[in-house]
Design a binder for this molecule. Sequence first.
Ligand code: FSA
Length: 433
Amino acid sequence: ALANKDSRILIVGGGGTIGSSTALHLARRGYKDVRLLDIFQNPSLNSAGNDNNKMAGDDSAGIWGQLGTEAWKIWTTDPVFKDHAHNTGRLDLTSKPEREERLRTRYQGIVDEGRGAGIEWVEGKEQIVARAPHLAHADLTGWKGLFVKNGGWVAARNALNSVGHELRRLGVKSSFGSSGTFKDLILGSDGKTVKGIRTVDATEWYCDLVVFAAGAWSPALLDLEGQCETKGWGYAHLRLTPEEAKKLKGMATTYNHELGFIMEPEEGTLELKIVNEFAGYTHLQKVRPFGLKKDVLMSVPRAHAIHPTDTITTESLEAIKNLIKLWLPDLVDRPLFKTAMCWCTDTVDMNWLMCEHPKYKGLVVATGDSGQTFKMFPVVGKQVADLIEGTLPEERKNLWRWRPGAGDNGTARGGEKAKDLSEVEGWRNDPVV
Ligand code: FSA
């Protein structure tokens, strides 16, 4: 075990998805001295999880399938989570052969594991519209894919907030602002043993173990040897009338890998979120992560919370308008609002980076979200807690190991290379002051 129940544990990124889930599992297991460090209090405004909604569900095979099954069970039963899970079902559709092959492999994998009752292969307009009446007017020529019964969407920000309340109730401590913002590790005289963390205001937090879960900020703060690449994705909202919302009530989460996705608007808000799907944007800047002796050029988040007048790129906006035209033609003229980018960090093979840092003793990294983590919110921290206690199964340890240069093992995101935000227009609206 890397810690015991009396150890002082600091969680960098404690206001976000992986960090707060880790704190929840540690606190529930009786760890008495856990402190969250983050620039913002939970639900952190810098977290990709601080969003109206996210897709969720039991939709995978293999280890991700085991996790997905367990996560959806907790989403729908645990008092901290269950008010925020919506079992509307989820469609994962495509008209492209390459994506179809991936979806078929996934479908077959789930069936072969004896879990076929939770999933259906759908093909053609009739079968799709039966599960997604809102697509009745859409051109679905050649469309096929998965319908995931045990899933739908989760009210992300509210779930993050719910966990935050539970953490405070359980006595988890926290520090925010400049005394919560990571600057560097405090190392012992051996240059290897982690003694604590120095934050940007020069506060020194001493501890026995650091969990580094800084999400999209991870590679810029700590040298991860090129294993994570941070990118931004855009979204927009449109406001429905109560009648329109009623018509969409219970709609299955609808995802198309080439176009984007929509989910049922949350009751009360009437805000329909629309997202276009693409490779994401990098935002290249000169930074010096802890552990490197010189500056490097790498993609870092351009946080909406810190640049609230940023919107999204013109091409994302066009793609979002196109999706509305194809799927929800009645709403084409509706103004869009709450347009913003949110930031995730990808590993090459889209599996987490969740292991001890090989260079330092007392440092666990838990990052590499790869756009997959919010659906795993109830269980991601369980993996970190198991890693700390030395009970994480070998197979999982291997999947999430430290692996610079290991390549993509066939599970990469695929598609086009990400453009840099400097090459695209429309997103930057700095106020003149
Ligand atoms: O279950 C899923 O397919 C989650 S992907 C969600 C997403 O918004 C991606 O579509 C996007 O490309 C990025 O990875 C962030 O996460």
